[in-house]
Design a protein around this ligand. Structure first.
Ligand code: ADP
Ligand code: MG
Length: 561
């Protein structure tokens, strides 16, 4: 028997609580969504544990979430038959912020209540939103498998300290009891809560129950029975025809913690040797950790409707790490571990199939909703480019999804390679490009003068990612890529017949001048040549055919090579 303890919140939690209470009030309803999401996570975890220990489900074979309203006590109680917490877990989960990224959270705060409220889910601090509407929160929790008298009672008024003490709870699971502030008493109403909940609870795969009311002689009477207010079946497992657009969107908010609507999604049941369901979304906003290649947790893995893991990085290639959603396999063993996953052939099939699905979804988006594709490209284009290196098998499809600034797009990233081919001049055999620190800088290159004169389109590449990308862009539909800043550019059939003669003539005529240049520049250049490439500028510097690109060299230096 442990004594009652009073403990202080971690500093970050105090900051968070202050923020919740003072700046997120206009979004006070988010507390319900967050607490239900915790309850449903807890039930998912219990079901997962029960794969190894079926006895954990013997008390409550069909775990549920229950919402209770007590108008006399002015409390709202959210109860679940989930995994529960030990005393130590309560102290660390409800007193500190375990997730990394708290710094980013505070750095990302904009002061705009709506936007800031959206960050809460993403940063895993949902529980603390209880204090937006409650001046006291009591949690009673019993860890699944622990004896009834070793439950824990946690309590706090959200002002810096909390207490924990020993208590009893009949079943495994957790109650979160919110003592509602006087100014929020309107929430202590079944009718209100039911309204808030039905808006977004249908995608939750656990039944959510509320006390059933009846009308008797024009009065509302509690029947003492529970009634489910959601379907309680996994959304992705239902037939497509029975799912509305809004339900798809709500489910996206739930899995992604992103309150904005997705750009597009794909939902399929794949049958055959490997059976699985995929429901995959393209977000319309970039997550804060998009550039953290190690942080891949967008797609959740389920096996036969049982949640298995969050960050199954093997489910998606890294260059599609912005994709969110669910993959549910019929064939993987329920007790699959990360180690097994690593070598699983089934998983490889699922990953290949899902990668192809995502690429088709993006192709459809590009073909049918160009403006939305541009939005996608602006957010995730640079991540998708990584696929050119990472996924050789799909290189051609990825190439078609790329967008470039070119001398024909007026600064916009809208040129496709297929479009470029269609605009090629007769006699043109290559796809020309020039690189700079940015596409705008590349556009200023004097090397473009000749191409302007001949009205030949040139792709304007910018920055280290593009330098890297060009290594994998050797050809597209039989046309090779040519960097116009390299060596003795061969324009092939595009050059005028007499250019060669003229160049040789000039070479002789200006030999004395060239020799003077060579003498003056000495070893800082490899060669000095006459050129016909320029029309307005007197001179330009080019690279040797085989030389590394200057921006690439800079990037290698930055990387410490
Ligand atoms: P997140 O859910 O993103 O981890 P929260 O602040 O919502 O962040 O919850 C913090 C942690 O507290 C959870 O990760 C979980 O370990 C624990 N927790 C919260 N609610 C429950 C619950 N109903 N049952 C079991 N554990 C819970
Ligand atoms: Mg949560």
């Amino acid at each position: 028997e442990q004594k009652k303890e009073t403990l202080g919140f971690q500093t970050e939690v105090k900051q968070m609580l202050h923020l919740m209470v003072h700046s997120l009030y206009s979004n006070r309803e988010i507390f319900l969504r967050e607490l239900i999401s915790n309850a449903s996570d807890a039930i998912d975890k219990l079901k997962f544990e029960a794969i190894k220990k079926p006895e954990l489900l013997s008390q409550d074979p069909h775990p549920s979430i229950r919402i209770g309203v007590d108008e006399t006590a002015q409390t709202i109680t959210i109860s679940d038959d989930g995994i529960g917490m030990t005393r130590e877990e309560v102290i660390s989960h409800l007193g500190t912020i375990a997730k990394s990224g708290t710094k980013e959270f505070f750095a990302n705060l904009s002061g705009d209540q709506k936007k800031d409220a959206q960050l809460i889910g993403q940063f895993g601090v949902g529980f603390y939103s209880s204090f937006i509407v409650a001046d006291k929160v009591t949690v009673v929790t019993r860890k699944a498998g622990d004896p009834a008298d070793s439950a824990t009672l946690w309590e706090s008024n959200g002002e810096g300290e909390f207490t924990v003490e020993n208590t009893k709870r009949d079943h495994f699971g957790t109650d979160v009891i919110l003592h509602i502030k006087s100014e929020d008493r309107d929430l202590v109403s079944k009718f209100r809560l039911r309204n808030i909940l039905t808006k977004y609870s249908d995608h939750i795969s656990t039944p959510i129950l509320m006390g059933k009311d009846e009308y008797k002689d024009d009065k509302v009477v509690d029947t003492g029975e529970w009634e489910a207010i959601n379907q309680g079946a996994a959304l992705w497992a239902r037939p497509k025809s029975e799912i509305t657009e809004d339900q798809y969107k709500e489910f996206y908010h739930h899995v992604s913690h992103d309150p904005s609507d997705p750009l597009t999604w794909t939902h399929n049941k794949v049958e055959g040797k490997n059976e699985y369901i995929q429901l995959l979304y393209v977000p319309s906003a970039a997550p804060f950790d998009l550039w953290d290649r190690e942080h891949v947790n967008g797609v959740k893995l389920y096996v036969k409707r049982v949640f298995i893991m969050d960050d199954a990085s093997q489910l998606m290639p890294k260059y599609l790490r912005f994709i969110r959603g669910v993959i549910d396999s019929e064939d993987l063993p329920l007790n699959v571990s990360r180690e097994i996953l690593q070598q699983s052939r089934d998983l490889k099939t699922i990953r290949d199939g899902s990668t192809k699905r995502v690429l088709s979804m993006l192709e459809d988006l590009a073909a049918s909703r160009a403006a939305d594709y541009d939005k996608f490209w602006a957010l995730f284009g640079n991540v998708l480019k990584e696929g050119m290196g990472e996924d050789p098998a799909n290189r051609e499809r990825i190439q078609k999804l790329l967008r470039f600034v070119s001398t024909a797009t007026e600064g916009k990233q809208t040129a496709t390679l297929e479009g470029y081919l269609a605009r090629m001049k007769t006699g043109q055999n290559s796809i020309y490009y020039v690189t700079g620190d940015t596409p705008e800088a590349a556009a200023k290159s004097p090397l473009l003068e000749l191409f302007k004169k001949k009205d030949v389109e040139v792709l304007l590449m910018g920055g280290p990612i593009d330098e890297w990308l060009m290594q994998f862009m050797t050809e597209f539909e039989g046309k090779s890529f040519v960097n116009i800043s390299k060596g003795d550019l061969d324009l092939g059939d595009l050059s005028d017949k007499n250019e060669k003669e003229e160049k040789e003539k000039l070479q002789v005529e200006f030999k004395p001048l060239i020799d003077k240049f060579k003498e003056a520049l000495g070893s800082s250049v490899q060669d000095v040549r006459m050129t016909l490439r320029l029309t307005d500028s007197p001179a330009c510097i080019v690279n040797d055919e085989n030389a590394l690109n200057p921006a690439f060299v800079r990037m290698m230096k930055m990387a410490g090579q």
